[in-house]
Every structure is written in structure tokens, then in C-alpha cells.
Design a protein around this ligand. Structure first.
Ligand SMILES: [Mg+2]
Length: 214
């Protein structure tokens, strides 16, 4: 049975959109829309510092992550095809946000996703003990390589897919405004093309013809 690794933020959920809508509510002078966020992290576009962005995002994760809705298209995909694969979740998040993220993943996707993995995103003042003695996985690709066979990584960050490809894992790029797949997203749903691509890459459905297979 093939194994799929799922990024959490902006794949299983719509974290950036939800955070940005909350942030814009506190910054009515901001004229940007979600679709204008062509960089992630977006602090330069918003005219704030990296520290201010991370502080706001981390607070949002702690206070609001619990209430995030799962991406409906992804949930529908799991309902239809989830049983055909093994699944794990892999997120690059600060450790302080990992408990809420793990609980959220298991609550909404626990029927299919059976393990939750985190590559800690460093934060000021947070010490990672593993780095003192041995170097833990520094990227999703490195961590996935430790699992044995993982066939596909679904992620919104092209760099993560490049790292996975380096260890022989196929990549599916979920369209978001900050990545190149956004321009080629299908008319019906931003995620439907990427979800179809998973099936074509794994030979589970006729080839997906409307997007590039990475
Ligand atoms: Mg992501």
C-alpha cells in the first residue's frame, strides 16, 4: 500500500487565509487580499518585521487553531480515496504549536492519518535539546527519509517538495498564492487539481491532464 505524507498548514487547513483575515481585522489600513500574498512568510508584503509576523501567527495558532475548519476538498478526497493509502502528517511548526496541531489533525483526519510528525521551526528563546547532542532532521525530506518508504509528499512549499524529491519522494504542490501552482489552479477549486494529481501519480486514477506532474 502506498504511503502519503501530508503537510498540515495550508494543505489540510487554510491557516494563512484564516490568520490573514484576523490580522487584517486588526489592520484596517491594509488593502491586500489573501490572493495578493505572493510570498510566504508574507511579512515584507505586509510591512511588518519577521518577529512581529511570527508572534502574531504563533498567538493565532495557540488561540484559534482549534477552531480551524479542515479543507473541505481534502476531507472529501479522504472520504473517497483515503482507504487506498497509508497516511502520515508532517508539519514544520514551532514546538509550542505542535500539541494543538496534533490534536486538530487527529480530530479531523484521524480516521486515515495515523501519525503526526513535527520538524520544529526554531523560535527565539526556545531551545531544542536534540541539537545539543545529535542533529535531528532539519527538513521534511530528511525526516521522511527516516521512515522507510514514503511515496508522495503533499505540501504548499516548493522547497519542501524539492527536499523530498532529493530522497526519492514524489511531490504534489497544493496551489496557494505564494507558489507557482496557483496560476494553474483549476476553476472549480484551488485544491481539486492537486488532489487529482495524487491519484494519477500513484496510478490510482487516469492521468491528470490539466497540471504539471512534478
Ligand atoms: Mg504548509
Amino acid at each position: 500500500m502506498l504511503a502519503i505524507a501530508w503537510d498540515v498548514d495550508d494543505v489540510l487547513n487554510d491557516l494563512m487565509r484564516s490568520w490573514f483575515e484576523a490580522w487584517r481585522g486588526d489592520h484596517p489600513e491594509c488593502a491586500m487580499r489573501y490572493e495578493d500574498l505572493r510570498q510566504n512568510p508574507p511579512e515584507a508584503l505586509l510591512g511588518i518585521s519577521r518577529a512581529a509576523y511570527l508572534q502574531s501567527l504563533d498567538r493565532f495558532r495557540l488561540e484559534r487553531f482549534d477552531a480551524l475548519a479542515p479543507a473541505p476538498e481534502v476531507l472529501s478526497w479522504f472520504e473517497l480515496y483515503g482507504h487506498q493509502f497509508r497516511h502520515l502528517a508532517i508539519t514544520a511548526a514551532p514546538l509550542l504549536a505542535a500539541p494543538a496541531s496534533a490534536a486538530w489533525v487527529m480530530r479531523h483526519f484521524g480516521r486515515w492519518i495515523r501519525s503526526f510528525n513535527v520538524v520544529p521551526s526554531p523560535r527565539d528563546g526556545e531551545e531544542l535539546p536534540a541539537s545539543k547532542t545529535s542533529k535531528g532532521p532539519a527538513s521534511k525530506g530528511e525526516m521522511l527519509a527516516q521512515f522507510g518508504r514514503i511515496d508522495v509528499l503533499v505540501d504548499d512549499d516548493p522547497d519542501n517538495l524539492a527536499g523530498a524529491r532529493a530522497v526519492g519522494i514524489l511531490g504534489v504542490l497544493v496551489p496557494r498564492p505564494w507558489n507557482p501552482a496557483w496560476a494553474n489552479r483549476g476553476p472549480a477549486s484551488a485544491l481539486s487539481g492537486a488532489l487529482a494529481q495524487i491519484l494519477s501519480l500513484t496510478g490510482s486514477a487516469p492521468a491528470f491532464e490539466n497540471g504539471s506532474i512534478r
